[in-house]
Design a protein around this ligand. Structure first.
Ligand code: UD1
Length: 419
């Protein structure tokens, strides 16, 4: 099994540059399917999910490649509308190819998407919205067949929950559809605004992205462009939490302050000094950590569910009692039992975790249950007494470009190995 061998250290020190955001790059790559021209993305992270996306575009007849932080696609010759099950299972965001394929080809044959096991991850909102736009959808044996007998048309769509993926899927389906689509109750995550900005650069007409009402006026064609992917706010949060746990001082470059406020507020309350200067953030911790009351995950601009496991690892070492309420994904607490193996005192019931801070975490043999749980265990192990063996690190490679090298460059001792 792939793993990391992590030796605990006392301080992190130095500078890290945050890469482009996975959760922005993946929908933008899916959006390339809609573009009648060449696309070049810069700051595109070299992640296994990005390489899976390249494979999906390739199997649909497009030219695509990702090298050295750049991504290229030419989807002028999309020839297929069928994504094989083995590719759909590689990641959750493969669901976005439904909207993109319908927009481009008018039909799509896909199976249910894979991705991290975060509990139930239905796509009912995606399907409801696409049906309102004229798609005829049948599901049998895990295969979703979508056709658009009368073509895709604009519609008024009310999302009962601000789902990130459903909002993105509707935008993808709507940019080339006939007429106007309005999404009420849209998710407001910055990655949706980044997808919209990319599409606008290709000629799409989208307004209101980043608010809960998004309007899309269909156009007949999108042209190619060059685009820089927004910074990864969850990667930034990961380095912040690693620092909070280990102590020391870091400069984290390529950050957007407003997007990190929910995380920086919690870490400041726990005893870190955080300040921003332009796109750079300086974070240090010199004193022991203290508990923070209650952290509740919420849709943006609330506290991000993706950062919850990372902050939970920090709270494990905060003197006093902290409470975490997970409102988005029920299985986000699978990290807690691993933290307990490292000496943490965490009681978990349903969506609530009660954390009694301990003075030290200790090296142990632990497993990454998913991407962010894995990253959180890396942060915990970096600050623990002794050596940890972390297994299932392929999850981590889905969202971080060599996390072990990035943290090692600022003083952590992490080695990739087979365990
Ligand atoms: C995206 C992010 C993920 C992040 C999440 C919430 C990507 C590639 N992934 O995931 O990292 O944790 O947003 O910020 O961008 N739901 C339904 N029906 C649906 C769709 C969603 O019930 O049709 C529920 C889900 O089960 C979940 C909640 O809504 O409980 C949030 O899901 P959603 O916002 O759609 O997350 P993703 O787009 O899957």
């Amino acid at each position: 099994m792939q793993g990391f061998l992590i030796e605990g250290t006392k301080e992190l020190k130095g500078e890290i540059r945050v890469s482009g955001a996975k959760n922005a790059a993946l929908p933008i790559i899916a959006a390339c399917l809609l573009v009648d021209g060449e696309v070049r993305l810069t700051d595109c992270p070299g992640l296994s999910d990005v390489y899976s996306s390249v494979r999906i575009l390739g199997c649909l007849g497009c030219k695509a490649k990702a090298v050295n932080g750049e991504f290229y696609a030419d989807c002028r010759d999309v020839s297929k509308d069928h994504i094989p099950d083995r590719l759909m299972r590689l990641m959750r965001s493969s669901s976005l190819y439904l909207g993109a394929l319908l927009g481009r080809k008018g039909s799509a044959y896909v199976s249910y998407p894979g991705g991290c096991e975060l509990g139930q991850r239905p796509i009912d909102l995606h399907l409801y919205a696409l049906e309102k736009m004229g798609a005829k959808i049948t599901e049998e044996h895990g295969v979703i067949e979508c056709t658009t007998p009368g073509g895709l048309h604009g519609a008024k769509i009310n999302l009962s929950f601000p789902s990130v993926g459903a909002t993105e899927n509707v935008i993808l389906a709507a940019v080339l559809a006939r007429g106007e689509t309005v999404i009420y109750g849209a998710a407001r995550e910055p990655e949706i605004a980044d997808l919209s900005e990319f599409l606008r650069k290709c000629g799409a007409k989208i307004t209101g992205d980043g608010t809960s009402t998004v309007r899309i006026e269909g156009v007949s064609r999108l042209h190619g462009c060059e685009y820089k992917v927004m910074p990864d706010r969850i990667a930034a949060a990961t380095y912040m939490c690693a620092l909070a746990l280990a102590g020391g001082g870091l400069c984290i470059d390529n950050c957007i302050e407003q997007q990190l406020t929910p995380v920086s507020n919690v870490l400041a309350e726990a005893g870190c000094d955080v300040y921003f200067s332009g796109s750079r953030m300086y974070i240090s911790r010199k004193k022991p950590l203290k508990s923070v009351g209650t952290v509740r995950t919420m849709p943006y601009p609330g506290f991000p569910t993706d950062a919850q496991p990372l902050v939970t690892a920090v709270l494990a070492k905060c003197r006093g009692t902290s409470i975490v309420v997970e409102n988005i994904f029920e299985n986000r607490f699978r990290l807690n039992s691993e933290l307990v193996r490292m000496g943490a005192d965490i009681k978990t019931e349903g969506r609530i975790a009660v954390i009694e801070g301990v003075n030290e975490l200790y090296g142990a043999r632990v497993m990454a249950a998913d991407l962010r749980a894995g990253a959180a265990l890396v942060c915990a192990a970096v600050s623990a007494e002794g050596v940890s063996e972390l297994g299932m690190t392929e999850y981590i490679d889905r969202g971080y470009e060599h996390l072990e090298d990035t943290l090692s460059s600022v003083g952590a001792k992490i080695r990739r190995c087979i365990i």
